[in-house]
Every structure is written in C-alpha cells, then in structure tokens.
Design a protein around this ligand. Sequence first.
Ligand SMILES: [Cu+2]
Length: 184
Amino acid sequence: MKMKMKMKKLFAISALSILLVACGGEAEKKEDSSITVGKSTEETTSSESEEETSTQDENGVIELSLEGNDQMKYNKKRLRAQAGAEVELTFKHVGEMSKQAMGHNFVLLKKGTDIMEFAANAAGAVDNDYIPEDSSNIIAHSEMLGGGETTVLKFTAPTEKGEYDFVCSFPGHVSLMKGKFIVN
Ligand SMILES: [Cu+2]
C-alpha cells in the first residue's frame, strides 16, 4: 500500500513535470515541485528504483535538509513529511556572514499563525536568538546559525495533515525566508 502511494506520488510529479514542460515557460515551478521530495530524488526519474524516492531511513526517520545563505534565502520553498513522523532536519548556513549580521534559523509554526506578527514579536527577542518568550505558536525551531555552521533539528511532524509555515525569525528575514512544511 505504501509502495503504491509512493509510486502514485512519483507518477504525479512526473506527470506534472511533463505537463509543465509541455506548457513551457514554467521551469521554475517544475523545479519547485521536485525539490520538495527530498535530495535523493532530485535527479531521479520515474524509471529508477523506488527506494531512492524515500526520504526515510531504516528507523522510519524522515531526513530533510535545508540551507540558508548570505543572500537571505533558503534553498527550498517546501519540505515534506508524513503526519506524526519523526523528522531529522539538517539545517546549514552556507554563507560566510556572522550570526549577528546574517543569522538564520528554522522555525516551524502552528497553523493559523500570522507570520508577520510572529516575526515582529521575534524581532524583540534579541537576547534569545530571536525566539519570542511566548513560544506557543512554535512547533519546533533550530538554533540561530552564522555562516558555515550546521545544526540538526529533531522533531515530530504534526499529526494533522496540511501546510505549515516555516520562517527565519532573524529581524527582517521573514519576507524572503519562508516556506511551507507540507504534512501528508
Ligand atoms: Cu535568516
């Protein structure tokens, strides 16, 4: 059953890619849909082995990766995980700038959180790496990184399916540094 689902998903992505290619001029969207499945599948076509489509390790932990850079950007707009799954997110600041000038973190927010309001609150939490004292909107967050640093964040994906926002809470970054964490 699980295998079937995966194949279906893969097929859907391939079909989408073909559709977008057929339409033309939608290359960016196509890329967007493929990177969400996980690094191992980025160059995988539908004819390749199913194991490569899985982002889960042998213990069922979903391994995700995300980068932030000196241009104030994440390298992915979407991350995916199954509801309730254990997630291990490797988050890397691939730039060279300091944490004080260009710090990045990953903050996963509960549904219904106003991200601009959250960011405004976070901006005041200077002494706490821009994690607001009232963390009731936060599902999980990484530490704040400076250029060249990497952290691994472990958390449990929400049990409710749907789209959740993730943001960088460094002041002024949310407008560019935000994405969707998709639970399915
Ligand atoms: Cu940032």
